[in-house]
Design a protein around this ligand. Sequence first.
Ligand code: NDP
Ligand code: MG
Length: 390
Amino acid sequence: MSYGNKKRLCIIGCTGSVGSSVLSICRHFPDKFVVRSLAARSNTKKISSLINEFQPSLVALTDTEASNLLRSQYSDNGLKILGGEKSLVELVSDPEVDHVVIASAGTSSIPALINAMKNDKEVSLANKESLVVAGQWLNDQGNTLLNRIRPLDSEHNAIWQSLLHEEHDRIRMVYLTASGGPFRKLPLDQFADITPEKALRHPTWQMGAKISIDSATLMNKGIEILEAIYLFNIPWNMLSAVIHPDSMIHGMVQFTDGTLKMVGGPPDMRIPAAICLSYPERLDLKGLDLPVEHFSFNNLSFEEPDINRFPCLRLALEVAREQGPFPPILIGADEVAVRAFLSGHISFMDIPEKIEKVLHSYNGPIPGGIEDARELVAWAGRKCSELCGY
Ligand code: NDP
Ligand code: MG
């Protein structure tokens, strides 16, 4: 198959919320992008419809049972279907791929991220967990993440755009905005009544379940501060979370001359997806039904987050200060605490309490590398599961 001058994409996490935003850009610009490969975990139904629409040459499902099922469905049309977590590395090492999008959940994409960078691919990264868990070692390996990764997470995308053509040593402060989630104004004495259904109702963004709960607890903003530390090589005390209920400004950078750059737009992941895929070109997204009317200059208000009502943010900031073994522990514990909350095993208020207990119960060494860090994620998950009775 000839691809002409089109950019050849590998999309990991294609069946998810961010993956869908990326694919809608591909769908809209068939003259610019072609989907060379797709990967997900186990959603055979969704990936089948994407295979039929985008006609990739390679597909991977990390769940081997699901990959076998898919292979049986496409046995005679020449499509190569791979299975298992290692298949992600094969996908990103493909010489026929120019640009890798990592939009899967969890830490299984870490080897793929490293290999994509080693193979000099353009990389757009939405996945937070891999950066928080492996970030300390990715920077140690001398990979200048700042120059290599195009951040898809909207706040980091805004900061990345603010930092283009700027000197790193002229940064004074970096701000990540947060909508404040559905409970921004809820009095603390009503937090006990928060149900998964209420917590999943995010006021401004449409997202997967895990990140919606993390947004309701403000853990998401704490995780994003950790992401920013590694992505931009900025110390924790030059990063700050700001509540901005309208989600129009996503990130701000103040420079040493006092200039403040703000980057924003409607809260729609197709916008950061488009600039990640097409940079340095800016695409014309007029033909997409973007909520541009949402952008209003009347409501640009900002306030301090309340860490008393949202202790998850406090915990993540403490982790950002300490680092060492704690970022992977935070990721592992939060993953399980959120699942325990969604399945009715613990209350909303229990989420920070269980995570804090897991963080305090660790008295082992600092992980020596990425594999040790991934083991700590698993340890923290098991510990949290024990504490949640889940
Ligand atoms: P979803 O739950 O909607 O989708 C997750 C995707 O990851 C699915 O395609 C899923 O496949 C795939 N996946 C899960 N586990 C694996 C695995 N072990 N191997 C390969 N693929 C896997 O999540 P989101 O799209 O909301 O989030 C994805 C990532 O992007 C997360 O790290 C999140 O924090 C981050 N992010 C999300 C934003 C959003 O707006 N939603 C914004 C910024 C960042 P399957 O369907 O087969 O299970
Ligand atoms: Mg974000």
